[in-house]
Ligand binder design. Structure first.
Ligand code: ASP
Ligand code: MG
Length: 400
């Protein structure tokens, strides 16, 4: 039997008019004989507005009550869109996370889906109904309403599709996934498909189309995910396990601006010094990304690493303590850098991508600072001013 989960984000259900447009899209599929589960987010900016209210009500609102509050946003859109279906003559039923059998664990406002009991959904589907489920919420062991973290409706949709053994279609404001942000490279073309791994690498590295956890679940349970426009019939982009490999060595470029580059010079050339530094950083829960370490001809040691801009204050504190232990060290933090990453599963089998990039950069005076590679990516940190130039050069050279 043909089943599908169709998810619509906040902007696609922001008004009753938009809900009606979305319903037509669902009905078309229903008329084609598919069983449809619809997952919706809260209308427009509702979640933010609710959070603002909470901030006015209390300086330190309890997380349990935040969940109780935020979950109402999705319930509003579920109820309204279900009424619209019924009005159009299509029997439908709206379900909260709990009613849909979504069990969660973890801390309030950051719950994870533990399991889903799909029996109710399946029953309603077999009764011929369109089943509308509130995204972003569930119920924990204590019977309290929980939420899954911002953007969590994507996770609801993909987890439901995993349980119902069908595809998840995510309808949003963008027409699909681009290999390169069109704002950086206007000629960018949309991808017809991308692998989970590439997508995870792109999301992790800065692309923000989908909630990263939903990709993780899709990967684990092998759910084909379509990302497509809620407003047009363009084909969109499939995220799946295997993508035809006639395909390019590079799938995309992702740029992260949220990075700082830390450099330490004139340190004593001792493994213990390196260990001390990274232990202190780890104890402060700082995620260090690219690391380079080298010995200078003068017999001292240089270390450089990148970290998230969000951790700037904590990094400063750690560096202050290192400076006290090593007064001769010269320590700098450069916030004006970006990380440009080139991603592609094709790199596993095709060699020469790195060589081509190095050549490209040298011919065009792109001086990068640190480089790191993973199995399917190469990342360069460089000055912010080089960002657009570097991205266009790579995009052109690799025909993205
Ligand atoms: N309404 C929630 C949020 O704004 C969940 C979602 O939209 O996916 O984060
Ligand atoms: Mg969203």
């Amino acid at each position: 039997m043909n089943r599908v989960v169709m998810k619509f984000g906040g902007s696609s259900v922001a008004t009753i008019e938009k809900m009606k447009a979305v319903s037509n899209r669902v009905i078309t599929r229903k008329n084609q004989g598919e069983d449809v589960v619809v997952v919706v987010s809260a209308m427009g900016k509702t979640t933010n507005q609710l959070l603002e209210l909470a901030a006015q009500a209390s300086r330190n609102p309890s997380k349990r009550e935040i969940d109780l509050l935020l979950s109402t946003g999705e319930q509003v859109s579920v109820s309204l869109i279900t009424m619209i279906f019924n009005d159009l003559g299509y029997p439908a039923i709206g379900l909260t996370g709990q009613q849909a059998g979504i069990k969660t664990v973890g801390l309030h406002t950051k719950n994870k889906i533990d399991d889903i009991d799909p029996s109710k959904i399946i029953k309603h589907l077999s009764d011929g109904k369109i089943v509308v489920v509130a995204g972003f919420q569930g119920i924990n062991e204590e019977g309290d309403i929980t939420t899954l973290g911002r953007g969590g409706s994507d996770t609801t949709a993909v987890a439901l599709a995993a349980k119902l053994d069908c595809n998840a279609e995510i309808y949003t404001d963008v027409s699909g996934i681009y290999g390169v942000d069109p704002r950086l490279y206007p000629n960018a073309s949309q991808l017809s498909a991308i692998t989970y791994e590439e997508m995870k690498e792109m999301a992790f590295l800065g692309a923000k189309v989908m909630e990263p956890r939903s990709i993780e679940i899709g990967h684990r349970f092998n759910v084909n995910i379509l990302v497509a426009s809620a407003h047009s019939d363009e084909p969109g982009t499939w995220i799946k396990e295997n993508v035809p490999m006639e395909h390019k060595s590079i799938t995309g470029i992702s740029v992260s601006e949220n990075v700082i580059l830390v450099s330490l010079h004139h340190l004593p050339p001792k493994a213990k010094v390196v260990a001390d530094l990274f232990i202190k950083l780890a104890q402060s829960e700082i995620n260090v990304d690219i690391i380079s370490q080298n010995m200078t001809p003068q017999g001292t040691m240089d270390i450089a690493f990148t970290a998230s801009m969000d951790d700037m204050a904590t990094v400063h504190a750690v560096l202050d303590s290192i400076q006290i232990t090593h007064p001769q060290a010269h320590i700098t933090i450069d916030p004006d850098i970006v990380k440009v990453s080139v991603v592609g599963s094709g790199m596993r089998t095709q060699s020469g991508v790195a060589a081509k990039l190095f050549e490209l950069f040298s011919q065009n005076d792109i001086d990068f600072k640190l480089v790191t590679t993973s199995e399917i990516s190469i990342s360069y940190t460089m000055d912010k001013s080089l960002k657009t130039k570097a991205v266009s050069l790579i995009a052109e050279a690799f025909n993205l």
